[in-house]
Design a protein around this ligand. Structure first.
Ligand SMILES: Cc1cc2nc3c(=O)[nH]c(=O)nc-3n(C[C@H](O)[C@H](O)[C@H](O)COP(=O)(O)OP(=O)(O)OC[C@H]3O[C@@H](n4cnc5c(N)ncnc54)[C@H](O)[C@@H]3O)c2cc1C
Ligand SMILES: *[C@@H]1O[C@H](CO)[C@@H](O)[C@H](O)[C@H]1NC(C)=O
Ligand SMILES: *[C@@H]1O[C@H](CO)[C@@H](O)[C@H](O)[C@H]1NC(C)=O
Length: 498
């Protein structure tokens, strides 16, 4: 406690604020710890478990240090937690896998982090062809549980990604074209509401909540189980291909052409990667979710001479392991996102500016620091979005966005190795984003929609879902969270726009 320090320098206002929050912190954490079923599940600073949980965040930027963490094991535990939080008006954050990046995405400093990481079971019912997945799981464990049945699921394309944030924010899997977003494949959500009630949300029961949860992230409740459709086979064809930078034009053209023709092959998917790690690389990730070898959709690509390639027939566990790569530990990562019409000019512009901004970042950091970046493009088209409507609809609001033609989602990721470097590069990343958006505006291809799971904290993705979707989310919030607990007391992640 720094109370004495503040008092002696005479900074009265901060002293009062700090004293007030100190008493609140004590009483909120104490009230949780007093609940019988939560005994031993409330974790305080300066303990090994607290430090372990902080270390398990994918991005160090996101690992804020709360007053205490609570680690529920069951929906009933989560219900007890929400009762205390609502009654005592405790600020809180929600964490499942902990893979969102920015500070404040999944944790709090002044408050309690509800850490669902131990709620990480998966089970499969072969009769119903239904997987029940708990929010704290990693996709790697989900795929492994499903492997003996030779089925797959609309999960992460890197196996280390978490479940809870991924699905509630949409979920772009290898099966997007054939099955829609991960959220579209949820038959039933088990949800703990602000007042502690445990409810199901599906086509027959609380169907308004079912729809509103598909894309709205942590605004309506805490999802404690996802009952999901599976994908009929775990076999997949795909892999990564590296090209010499001199093949840029050919690769960009093949990619734009592929995107234009997505509707003709729902199982084939292409991702364009422009990484920087000391030097620039040119890479694609091609896949076919039905395990068709070298599908026709990729003829243009397969003609381009490559440096190396892992394209092969394999299974979902193996390909998603490859995409996790050697993730460095202790990175400070931040992600930013945009969406544009499928136009080669945006890819070329991003590529040109990428080089310019990497140089600016390196200049700002000095010679000893390391910054690694990635510009990734992936298609969103009407042919993949149409699945949503067939499966009950979601609130991502993409239908009007993709109806006039194929689109390109641009993700910019950036990672450095300490917090000080991070403060130097973030303003540059934002300038990069602004320049790309301005260029896209100037040629009339900016679609002004942002994917929540890739968005930076000030990108306000839900505000761009459109009036229909926002009204659906607001109506569900008014009905299922009457006191606005998830708007007023939740401090992590994205909010419903006012
Ligand atoms: C290496 C890597 C690869 C990725 N690959 C993909 C990909 O292929 N496709 C894709 O779409 N995304 C991908 N992502 C992004 C990913 O979807 C998000 O980071 C997502 O938030 C991860 O889920 P999580 O459970 O780890 O989230 P967390 O960081 O734990 O939570 C993020 C937010 O989600 C909400 N939330 C989490 N759990 C719940 C819950 N149980 N109930 C209600 N709200 C909840 C909360 O508001 C929370 O603030 C990737 C991320 C990484 C780091
Ligand atoms: C669940 O999480 C715990 C704690 O991190 C871990 O020990 C366990 O192996 C995980 N179980 C599964 C099925 O992933
Ligand atoms: C998936 O593929 C990998 C690589 O070929 C292999 O080692 C693994 O056994 C396969 N898993 C299953 C369940 O078939």
């Amino acid at each position: 406690m720094k109370l004495l320090g503040y008092a002696t320098v005479g900074a009265l206002a901060p002293w009062i604020a700090s004293a007030a929050s100190a008493s609140k912190s004590g009483s909120c954490c104490r009230a949780l710890a007093k609940v019988d079923s939560l005994a031993g599940k409330v974790v305080y600073p300066d303990t090994e478990l607290y430090e372990d949980r902080l270390d398990s965040y994918w991005s160090k930027s996101a690992a804020l240090e709360p007053w205490c963490m609570v680690l529920p094991l069951t929906a009933k535990d989560v219900s007890s937690v929400m009762k205390v939080i609502s009654k005592k008006k405790c600020p809180f954050g929600i964490r499942s896998g902990g893979h969102s990046q920015f500070a404040g995405s999944s944790s709090v400093e002044e408050g309690i982090t509800i850490d669902l990481g131990y709620m990480n079971a998966t089970s499969y019912d072969p009769e119903e062809k239904m997987a029940s997945v708990w929010p704290g799981s990693m996709w790697r464990d989900v795929y492994a549980t499903l492997a003996p049945y030779d089925v797959s699921i609309t999960g992460g394309r890197a196996d280390l990604v978490g479940v809870g944030g991924f699905i509630t924010g949409g979920g772009y899997s290898f099966y997007l074209g054939a099955h829609g977003f991960a959220c579209d494949n949820v038959r039933n959500f088990e949800v703990v509401l602000a007042d502690g009630r445990i409810v199901n949300a599906n086509a027959n029961e609380n169907s308004d909540l079912w729809k509103a949860l598909k894309g709205s992230s942590g605004n309506l409740g805490l999802v404690t189980r996802f009952d999901m459709d599976v994908v009929e086979s775990a076999s997949i064809w795909g892999g990564s291909t590296f090209y010499d930078l001199s093949q840029k034009d050919a690769v960009f053209n093949a990619y734009v052409e592929f995107t234009e023709n997505m509707a003709s092959d729902e199982q084939s998917q292409a991702i364009l990667h422009l990484p920087y790690a000391g030097e620039f690389f040119l890479k694609t990730i091609l896949s076919n979710g039905a395990a068709v070898v070298e599908p026709l959709a990729f003829v243009d690509y397969l003609d381009i001479p490559s440096l190396s390639s892992t394209l092969r027939s394999t299974n979902i566990s193996d390909i998603t392991l490859e995409n996790s790569g050697n993730q460095p530990i202790g990175i400070y990562a931040d992600w930013f996102v945009g969406l544009y019409k499928n136009d080669i000019r945006i890819i070329q512009f991003v590529d040109m500016k990428h080089a310019e901004y990497v140089a600016k970042m390196e200049a700002a950091l000095g010679p000893d620091a390391v910054v690694e970046t990635l510009c990734q493009f992936q298609p969103l088209t009407e042919s993949s979005i149409r699945h949503s409507e067939l499966k009950g609809g979601n609130v991502l609001g993409l239908e009007p966005i993709v109806k006039d033609g194929a689109t390109q989602m641009w993700l910019f990721t950036m990672q450095v190795y300490n917090a000080e470097d991070e403060t130097k590069v973030i303003p540059l990343a934002k300038q990069f984003l602004d320049e790309v958006d301005e260029y896209a505006d100037s040629i009339g291809i900016n679609l002004n929609w942002r994917y929540l799971n890739y968005a930076y904290k000030d990108q306000d993705p839900i505000a761009e879902y459109g009036a229909d979707a926002i009204n659906t989310i607001k109506a569900a919030a008014a009905k299922y969270d009457r006191k606005g607990v998830f708007q007023k007391l939740r401090r992590s992640g994205f909010k419903i726009p006012a």
